[in-house]
Design a protein around this ligand. Sequence first.
Ligand SMILES: Nc1ncnc2c1ncn2[C@@H]1O[C@H](COP(=O)(O)OP(=O)(O)OP(=O)(O)O)[C@@H](O)[C@H]1O
Ligand SMILES: [Mg+2]
Length: 261
Amino acid sequence: MGKIYMTACMKGGCAKTVTTYNLAYSLQKLGKKVLAVDFDSQANLTTCFGVEDPAAVPVTIGHLMMAQIEDEELPAAEEYIMSRNGVDFIPSSMVLSVVDAKLRLEMGAEKMLSGILESLRDRYDAIIIDTAPTLGALNINALAAADEVIITVNPQLLAMMGLQDFLKTVKKIKSRINDKLDVAGILLTMCDARTNLCKVITEQVTDTFEGQIRIFDSKIPNTVKVGESVYYSEPLLEYAPECKACEAYENFAKELIAYEG
Ligand SMILES: Nc1ncnc2c1ncn2[C@@H]1O[C@H](COP(=O)(O)OP(=O)(O)OP(=O)(O)O)[C@@H](O)[C@H]1O
Ligand SMILES: [Mg+2]
């Protein structure tokens, strides 16, 4: 039975997508069978996987969500699961923004994504959901589907703001909708070693959450290689396996697994 992770942050640009993408390949390198789910209508993760025109993909997560909301039968997994270099993924497109609007009008529609992913859980060791930086109906669905939330914090962006509200929501979802939900921890991303800020924010995060939430030892350094690898639609393990960010994501993957025993 695979574990369902979700990368989350209530601010944009905290490296959720880059983390989902590189964590997927780092876990694969550790022998895990991984499915990455693009649950953001921006479809950035889908582009990372090399899909040039997400709008042209016939079955995306948006289509699956629509079918689920309408109580229609889902297509066979082979029709919507794509694969790149051994990592499977479910693409997204703008269709998901229509779903977002529709979900707001539906009652009791928090478990739509869960319904889709539970049917796939047995096929994978890890399923990772990449989310958008909002706390709307889509992310409630992601929280209702996930076992573990990985919170990405970008020290440059005062990303701690909004974190307490998000944690409150996690608590509510856990008690009302999904009792298996837990916070895996906080991952500091885009840490610029040349500035003192990363150190200061790390201390601030530690002081605030010590004993409450795990802060991963692995911190992802800022490097131009990340942007380049995204541009070329290659994970760091392919594009720049020697770079520090790649090593950090590999260590993070190990930490994540070790933590679960
Ligand atoms: N470690 C890093 N070093 C340098 N640049 C990075 C790093 N991590 C992410 N980036 C860059 O920061 C930008 C935002 O990253 P990403 O798209 O993963 O964030 P996000 O949290 O998914 O954003 P959104 O909220 O819009 O979905 C991208 O341009 C990405 O290439
Ligand atoms: Mg993103």
